[in-house]
Design a protein around this ligand. Structure first.
Ligand code: AMP
Length: 189
């Protein structure tokens, strides 16, 4: 299955994504992780992305789409994969549709992990990541509302969206995710 995980920062995409990828035995593609690795390794891509990551702004679409497109070429995603934190804009969602259609493996499901802003702020202020300062968190939430929420409408219209309540224990949320996947009738299968 090809699945995208969409949710605000701190919704639990990382922890649930990693677990789901093991469960489905499908690669887990986190653009945030790829960008952070590039930043720490100070590759040209990492240097380009650094300022955006530090401010909590989105890295420009062509860069992120390029990373995902290259990653899909690796060859381990032929039967499916889990995109975590991608797409975050309508342009990225359209590009992903094109990339997947070109490979004849259209997207099966968009999973939204929904968590309210107040809970996010509580969760993230206890986390220890470089981009988790209060200003950056506030900016990332604004960016999510303005740039990424429209992506949910995009998938909703396509009938591909399943929304999961992201508040609860890791196990509870994971069970809700599995139910979503089980209940979902893939369009093209
Ligand atoms: P994440 O680990 O998914 O929270 O992503 C951390 C940061 O990486 C984000 O705040 C953005 O600066 C950048 N990033 C990750 N994925 C994307 C994406 N799909 N588009 C643009 N920027 C991204």
């Amino acid at each position: 299955m090809f699945i995208v995980l969409v949710g605000p920062p701190g919704a639990g995409k990382g922890i649930q994504g990693e677990r789901l990828s093991k469960h489905l035995d499908a690669p887990w593609l986190s653009t945030g992780d790829m960008l952070r690795s590039a930043q720490h390794a100070q590759t040209p891509l990492g240097r380009e992305a650094q300022g955006f990551l530090e401010k909590g702004d989105l890295v420009p679409d062509p860069i992120v789409i390029g990373i995902v497109s290259d990653r899909l070429e690796v060859g381990d995603c032929d039967d499916g994969c889990l995109f975590d934190g991608f797409p975050r804009t309508i342009a990225q969602a359209e590009a992903l549709d094109e990339l997947l259609l070109h490979r004849d493996t259209p997207l099966d499901l968009a999973l939204e992990l929904r968590v309210d802003d107040e809970i996010i702020l509580e969760r993230l202020s206890g986390r220890n990541r470089e981009d988790d300062t209060l200003n950056t968190i506030a900016n990332r939430l604004r960016v999510y509302a303005s740039r990424t929420k429209p992506v949910l409408d995009y998938y909703g219209t396509e009938n591909n969206l399943c929304t999961v309540d992201g508040v609860g224990s890791v196990d509870e949320v994971f069970r809700r995710i599995l139910k979503c996947i089980n209940d979902h009738q893939p369009r093209n299968k």
